[in-house]
Design a protein. Structure first.
Length: 66
């Protein structure tokens, strides 16, 4: 059994009214906005499409299944 450590960008910390930050293997960081029901990207200041978030979440499983 092994484990993988994803790099965490120290520039992203907790934000009021948002859950996260969530760090992904490709270096992307997202926050979850419970009021909107969507993930928010702080670098672009846009909500992320649900399909793109699903791909990011699946990338975690791809990394840990290696």
């Amino acid at each position: 059994m092994s484990y993988h450590v994803f790099a965490h960008n120290k520039n992203f910390g907790p934000r009021k009214d948002l859950e996260g930050p969530f760090h992904y293997p490709n270096g992307r960081v997202l926050y979850y906005d419970a009021k909107a029901g969507e993930y928010w990207d702080p670098l672009t200041d846009f909500y992320v499409d649900a399909a793109e978030v699903a791909d990011l979440q699946n990338s975690i499983f791809a990394v840990i299944s290696q």
